[in-house]
Design a protein around this ligand. Structure first.
Ligand SMILES: Cc1cc2nc3c(=O)[nH]c(=O)nc-3n(C[C@H](O)[C@H](O)[C@H](O)COP(=O)(O)OP(=O)(O)OC[C@H]3O[C@@H](n4cnc5c(N)ncnc54)[C@H](O)[C@@H]3O)c2cc1C
Length: 399
């Protein structure tokens, strides 16, 4: 159980709190990136401020904000510091898992903990296997009758500082379950071995699970989610899309500021300021149009997702497919734009923009790293297959 936290009352309040939190994050983002510092205090403040409870159902006392609002919260936080913004991405996914597949008792207990400020990390992905769906971690009954969890995970964003670590494992029948494990439980070892060149403060490294005793009441039968059309995959993906779109906007704004305040004009331009050079204005106008298009696609995807959720507890294959495609398009395009803008601004800012003192390369490093989460090419393929052949995207957790 975490300490007390503010309970957010409405979508409007969620955005106000996000703006205040983003303002507090913005100034320290470059320093946290340079030092690859674990943002312990920042994450504690996130919990206290109430943003972690945004998607807890209203009947349990949560704000139950729309996806449109949650995505906008993510976009604004990511524009300030995408590393800190990515840490709770899986938190909301595992709140959603409890909402859809948890028992009433699990929802009351674990989501009550979330309202008090608890955060879910995650330990899902594994290295050394054939592909991301090839999983070795097992949750099996031991001779003494307890359930034991064994395996090694990587890409465990948020696990290092979480209250609970939801772990993907296969049970005795080879079915996918989520075991919600307290971070401090015996046999749980979260390493600080994350050395990526971007999203450095996410600390997305290894979690080792050795004979961890798991209480049966902390296990959720996640395989059930995929027996019917679902939007939980799209929900996780749209939060990633918001992070990329946030980075794109921040890179554009930082690039424009640098051109206004520091860049000098090229001698052939016959201008007093780089900010008056027609070619610079043209290129910023083109990049700005792409960022705004990415923001519009993101909002459209969030609205489509909200519509699928509002259509009932079990959306139709068509509603779920429409949401997944809209999210896939927003994520693939948003990621492409983030990488392009974060790179292109350097050609407009000039040589001194490469000075490490400005840390402007963090936008590109963060965008390039974060967009490796899962390949954009498959999003476009699913989209193309729908446009040409009318085929809905597959019903899995990564689209
Ligand atoms: C910043 C960031 C954060 C992420 N956070 C999460 C998260 O929180 N949760 C989540 O589920 N996913 C997360 N991911 C997604 C993760 O990228 C994918 O889930 C996936 O595991 C990557 O798979 P890949 O196919 O790209 O393989 P890669 O990870 O590129 O691996 C390629 C191959 O090399 C092998 N390999 C590489 N290094 C080692 C090693 N040291 N030891 C053994 N084998 C090795 C792998 O086994 C594999 O065969 C994150 C990704 C990024 C970029």
């Amino acid at each position: 159980m975490a300490g007390g936290a503010h309970v957010v009352g409405s979508d409007a309040e969620a955005l106000e709190i996000a703006d205040a939190f983003a303002a507090a994050l913005r100034d320290g983002a470059a320093e946290r990136d340079r030092q690859a510092r674990v943002p312990v205090e920042e994450l504690a403040a996130l919990g206290r401020g109430g943003l972690l409870g945004l998607t807890v159902p209203a009947r349990l006392g949560g704000a139950d904000v729309s996806t449109v609002t949650l995505v906008e919260v993510f976009r604004r936080l990511a524009a300030a510091d995408p590393s800190v913004a990515q840490v709770p991405q899986n938190h909301y996914v595992f709140v959603s898992v409890l909402r859809h597949d948890g028992t009433e008792e699990q929802q009351r207990r674990l989501l009550g903990d979330v309202l008090a400020g608890a955060r879910f990390g995650n330990a899902l992905s594994e290295r050394g296997t054939k592909h991301v769906m090839d999983m070795r971690t097992r949750l099996l009954p031991a001779a003494d009758g307890t359930l034991r969890l064994n395996g090694t995970k990587y890409y465990c964003t948020g696990a290092l500082t979480a209250t609970w670590i939801p772990v993907f494992a296969l049970d005795a029948q080879d079915r996918l379950v989520v075991a919600y494990v307290p971070r401090g439980a015996d046999g749980v070892d979260v390493l600080q071995d994350w050395t990526a060149f971007g999203q450095r403060a996410t600390m997305s490294g290894t979690t080792r699970l050795t004979d961890v005793v798991v209480a049966p009441e902390n296990v959720v039968a996640h395989w059930r989610a995929f027996e019917r059309p679902q939007v939980s995959g799209a929900f996780g993906q749209i939060l990633h899309a918001a992070i990329d779109v946030g980075i794109a906007g921040a890179a554009l704004a930082d690039g424009a500021r640098f051109v206004r305040e520091k860049a000098r004009p090229w001698f052939e331009a016959a201008q007093e300021r780089a900010a008056d050079e027609p070619h610079v204005l043209l290129r910023f106008g083109q990049l700005g149009a792409k960022v705004h298009a990415a923001e519009a696609l993101l909002r459209r995807a969030a609205e489509t997702l909200d519509a699928a959720v509002a259509s009932g507890p079990r959306p139709s294959a068509e509603a779920a497919g429409a949401a997944s495609l809209a999210v896939a398009e927003a994520k693939a395009f948003g990621g492409d734009v983030a990488v392009e803008v974060a790179s292109e601004i350097f050609g407009l800012m000039g040589a001194s923009a490469s000075d490490a003192a400005h840390d402007l390369d963090r936008h590109w490093r963060n965008a390039r790293t974060h967009t490796l989460h899962d390949p954009a090419r498959w999003k476009y393929v699913h989209n193309g297959n729908h446009i040409i052949n009318g085929v809905l995207p597959p019903n899995h957790g990564l689209v």
